[in-house]
Design a protein around this ligand. Structure first.
Ligand code: ADP
Ligand code: MG
Length: 154
């Protein structure tokens, strides 16, 4: 596990860019953390690191937003989802199996639907207003190298 200390949205963006630059396609990034923890802020900078120029907004009312780039980004926010069935109804598994990158905000709410191999990213408020702890944990076999690559870019 890798813990990153952020003291500002800019610090969080620095991590996001390092993550985005380290992705090669097909990854699943699972975000957990309370409202306002910085999940969407981190997603924006990951997209930037991937070279995606679109304006990234929270997909809270649409469940998923798609962004095209050299590598596509599928940005889920499952906060308002009733259950995992709704996720399968919108073709979730095709996104997970695709060559694009999936980011799932509030992934802890759909734990049963998550692939075994994934990068868990937990955002926690710590102390002061802008202070965050951001934990990266590889689940399964394939994500340790990704964490090493991210650390190398910081
Ligand atoms: P979430 O998607 O987790 O609900 P957002 O990214 O939409 O959170 O909002 C996070 C808010 O907190 C933004 O207004 C952002 O400017 C602010 N913020 C303050 N400090 C930080 C930090 N260290 N990292 C990320 N966001 C921060
Ligand atoms: Mg959000």
């Amino acid at each position: 596990m890798f813990e990153y200390k952020s003291f500002s949205p800019e610090d969080t963006a620095k991590l996001g860019k390092a993550i985005g630059e380290s992705l090669s396609g097909g990854e699943v990034l699972c975000f957990s953390g309370d409202l306002g923890a910085g999940k969407t802020t981190l997603t924006k900078s990951i997209a930037e690191g991937m070279g995606i120029v679109d304006y990234i907004t929270s997909p809270t009312f649409t469940i998923i937003n798609e962004y095209d780039g050299e590598i596509s980004l599928y940005h889920f926010d499952v906060y308002r989802l009733g259950d995992c069935d709704e996720l399968y109804d919108i073709g979730y598994e095709d996104y997970i199996d695709s060559d694009g990158v999936c980011i799932i905000e509030w992934s802890n709410l759909v734990e049963d639907a998550l692939p075994n191999d994934r990068l868990e990213i937990r955002l926690l408020r710590t102390g002061d207003m802008d202070e965050r702890s951001i934990e990266l944990e590889a689940k399964g076999q394939n994500y340790e190298k990704l964490i090493e690559s991210i650390e190398g870019k910081l």
